[in-house]
Ligand binder design. Sequence first.
Ligand code: A3P
Ligand code: MG
Length: 254
Amino acid sequence: MTIRDDHALAGDLATEAGARLLGIRERTGFDDAKALRAEGDRAAHVFLMESLARLRPSDSVLSEEATREERLDPRRLKADRVWIVDPLDGTREFSEAGRPDWAVHVALWERGRLSAGAVALPAQGRTLTTADPPKPPAYEKGRFRIAVSRTRPPEFVQKLAYLVGADLVPIGSAGAKISAVLTGEVEAYVHAGGQFEWDSAAPVAVALAAGVHASRIDGSELAYNQADPSLPDILVSLPELATSLLAGIRDLHR
Ligand SMILES: Nc1ncnc2c1ncn2[C@@H]1O[C@H](COP(=O)(O)O)[C@@H](OP(=O)(O)O)[C@H]1O
Ligand SMILES: [Mg+2]
């Protein structure tokens, strides 16, 4: 693995973890979905933790698969550089044969902002990174598509879609949904009701580098490396749609 800078490192680590996850899927099969999920989560977490400890020994790490004590370690809050990783986002979809909507997230937070990130979509054969952010398609006026959770779509999103003239597209994994905005499969992603920093840090780093809108659903900034890693709602959209989506969400919450 060649390491040029943090952007390239994020991309290399996410891609390599993704390759290992594809291997586990291939070897283990889908008969015991629970065991496959557990093995995927563990293997990707161990690979990312060991790699970051070796390659960036002074940095802190916040991982979904860390223990509660590790996540609450107060040193992270004083650190200048914190890697925020989700070793396997869309764990459920990873364990379902044929599904391509799962991801590996590797983000770097530096002194108050996301400075680098990568989302590997191993079953789609691609990694999106801040090293070379994708160019989202130009917005064409008319009906558009909003990605939502397959298993936990927020109630109000159905009403929002009706209000703004959009169709809902259920996709697993926050990383896969935000990537779908970047690659033109949908124009927006709306979520509420629960999520954590690791579910969005890496795809938001790439989205912001690509010039796509990413915020809380009240329009405020997504803040990372907080004491409580809960980050329950998010809006990602092509920039031209952000104002009307935020207004629609505001009207529905009044
Ligand atoms: N209400 C909720 N509370 C906590 N986490 C949630 C959530 N809804 C979605 N998530 C997390 O967000 C990620 C994307 O979810 P979804 O596919 O439903 O959109 C998943 O991450 P993991 O797969 O890493 O657990 C899931 O656990
Ligand atoms: Mg996740």
